[in-house]
Design a protein around this ligand. Structure first.
Ligand code: SF4
Length: 112
């Protein structure tokens, strides 16, 4: 098993303005009902957890047409899940997004 490297600062900076992350922020769900509306309900779950040597293209394509991809990605970023494809993002992409997501959260917390 290989350890994932930490995202570089420029990767985190790019993640902050990634349209998928911005959509996730806008569509962050108040409940879990998005789960029953995902396109992946009719796809083999293994598709979303490709081996390290496999391209995640099929899963990313399925997510690309999913109506709840923003809510799905918001869930993955809230929980810090960096395994598998969620909301059309790969684990590598999401490692930078998770940092960007939580930095923004911290910045929005009122001080004092
Ligand atoms: S975005 Fe992808 S993983 Fe998330 S619910 Fe939709 S199809 Fe499933």
């Amino acid at each position: 098993m290989t350890r994932a490297r930490m995202p570089r600062p420029e990767e985190v900076a790019a993640a902050r303005t990634d349209l998928r992350l911005l959509r996730a922020r806008a569509e962050r769900p108040a409940d879990e009902t998005w789960r029953i509306r995902g396109n992946c309900r009719s796809v083999d779950p293994e598709t979303f957890f490709p081996a390290a040597t496999e391209a995640p293209d099929i899963a990313v394509a399925v997510c690309g047409g999913c109506a709840v991809r923003g809510a799905c990605l918001a869930w993955a970023l809230d929980t810090g899940d960096t395994h598998g494809v969620w909301g059309g993002t790969t684990p590598r992409e999401r490692r930078a997004m998770v940092i960007a997501w939580h930095q923004r959260e911290e910045a929005l917390v009122p001080v004092g």
